[in-house]
Design a protein around this ligand. Sequence first.
Ligand code: FE
Ligand code: FE
Length: 279
Amino acid sequence: MLLALILSTLVCINDSEDKPHVKSKEEYRVYDETTPEQVKDFYRLNHTHQTVDFVLKKEKEYLPLRHKKMGIWEALSIFDTLVDESDPDLGLPQRYHLFQTAEAIRRDGYPRWLILTGLIHDLGKLLTFFGESQWAVVGDTFPVGCAYSERIVFPEYFNANPDKEVPIYQTKYGIYSEGCGLFNVHMSWGHDEYLYQVVKNYLPFEASYIIRYHSFYSAHLHGAYKHLMSEKDKEMLWWLELFRRYDLYSKTEEKIDLDSLIPYYEDLISEFFPSELDW
Ligand code: FE
Ligand code: FE
């Protein structure tokens, strides 16, 4: 198992047919002056507009879920055309990313619920089809209503956020208290929180937790925000770290044969989900 996990951090990418390039861990999530302009622009918008007020407004707008009724498979089919503008590591439509993630988890012998988590974890990006801008859907998430961690990507972009001028929002605990638990913290609005709300009644707790916090990189990659976490949250970091390896390092520009995978995944989806869910 350990060997499989180590191997899963190295991914082959075909630069050309005869000269495969092995992308190392360090080549993923590079956020510095070499980051593509489109990704920087994305984070400029995201960090400027994700305020406490904005998050509360979106929670009201989408919850309880009332936008659409559809099954998981139908949601997946919409992903044929969506490309994530915040992602420096993948230019393929999102549907490939979901199957790449699930297949990598399946190859390493993890339980069916975790494979399913890989398959669906980004379906919340459907928010873009409800008219949301990408900055309100994708990218890393972070708590609003308390001080921004320096471990969030491009933290300097928060200087343009109106919450920067609200003193209580810039204290360590902000509107929260020590150890209050992430379930009591408002995260920047996006696909994690939205999909969590859609699927939480159908999946094991670990699965819905992974979905809810998989983009909270400052916490699960850099150890930030422990002061807001409950003991349970700290336990769950293990799952977020495990899932990250598959979410991140399974990204390649290689197009896998999706058609051959359909029967297996139809079966997996129907094991956990009804034919229609509220979105
Ligand atoms: Fe995601
Ligand atoms: Fe993902």
